[in-house]
Ligand binder design. Structure first.
Ligand code: NDP
Length: 280
């Protein structure tokens, strides 16, 4: 008799561009785990019933992406500490009698910045542009690395200040309107807006980039994002896309679900080949 294969997936809207099935497929092969991982494109109004249906038919876990991360935090019966702090969930785990929500975005970003890219966070000045679900997930882990200052820049000052206030007990964080950021370079500028998804550039002042500034776009694309191009044109020290974060947050989710941590270097290398423009 065929044994049922454990089901996982990513739920978002839109979600067709997601590399998660590819990444989790490679993790499963590498670790010898039998599972399937599918895409679920679900509009916000259908999010809760779609998750409940998935769990009711025996689904084991879901990654949650734009725009459902806050709704997923509402839906979970139990939140891990980092998901509670973030108020956003990117990993749902369906247990026998309840659903646990976790957030692996921060661990993924921190791993990519520090272990993969070798960037120093301690005592550095950091700007996060954007105040959405992804920003929420990374603020506490970044503050845990003791930056000198963490500034959240958003289009609306009130949104940035509100978010900064939520994390104020954890370290030196403040909010600012993007247009009112100080006219001096940061050590690290992270684009956590979704502007890259619509090929746009957030209105981050040019003066925030200096020759020593490292830039990181959480978004990822086969070619340079508008933010990466803009940062390089400003003469930054380096500009990276969020491919490494994508793989590392996925590895953290996989570990939560399967109890085994996959090696990530091979997948990161494969993705870097696949994302190269044709002919290069
Ligand atoms: P959300 O929709 O929750 O938040 C988007 C944020 O971007 C909001 O603060 C919004 O501002 C802001 N924004 C959108 N357009 C602009 C613009 N033109 N100028 C300034 N601000 C803008 O999305 P997420 O936080 O979940 O995702 C953000 C990005 O991070 C996406 O590109 C996503 O793909 C990426 N991401 C990457 C991951 C990875 O593993 N590499 C993991 C998670 C996310 P406002 O509040 O004013 O509307």
């Amino acid at each position: 008799m065929n044994q049922a294969v454990d089901e996982y997936g990513v739920i978002g809207h839109p979600v067709a561009h997601s590399w998660s099935p590819f990444i989790h497929g490679l993790f499963a092969r590498e670790t010898g785990q039998a599972l399937v991982y599918r895409l679920y494109d679900v509009e916000p109004a259908r999010f809760q019933p779609a998750v409940r249906e998935f769990a009711a038919r025996g689904g084991r876990g879901l990654n949650v992406t734009v725009p459902h991360k806050l709704a997923a935090a509402q839906l979970a019966h139990e939140l891990t500490e980092r998901a509670r702090l973030a108020g956003a969930v990117n990993t749902l785990c369906f247990l026998a009698d309840h659903t646990v929500g976790d957030n692996t975005d921060g661990a993924g970003l921190v791993c990519d910045l520090t272990a993969n890219l070798g960037l120093e966070i301690r005592d550095r000045r950091i700007l996060i542009a954007g105040a959405g679900g992804a920003a929420r997930g990374v603020i506490a882990p970044l503050l845990g690395l003791e930056p000198r200052e963490l500034v959240i820049g958003a289009r609306a000052l009130a949104r940035a200040e509100e978010l900064a206030q939520q994390f104020a007990a954890l370290g030196p964080v403040r909010g600012s309107a993007l247009a009112e950021l100080p006219a001096e370079p940061f050590d690290l500028v992270i684009n956590a807006t979704s502007a890259s998804l619509s090929l746009e550039l957030p209105a981050i002042p040019n003066e925030t980039i200096g020759a020593h500034t490292s830039c990181y776009d959480m978004a990822y694309s086969r070619s340079d994002t508008a933010f990466v191009r803009w940062a390089r044109e400003r003469g930054c020290a380096r500009a990276e896309q969020g491919w490494g974060m994508l793989v590392e947050q996925a590895a953290e989710s996989f570990c939560i679900w399967r109890g085994v941590r996959p090696e990530t270097q091979t997948v990161r290398a494969l993705l870097s080949e696949r994302r190269a423009p044709p002919g290069t």
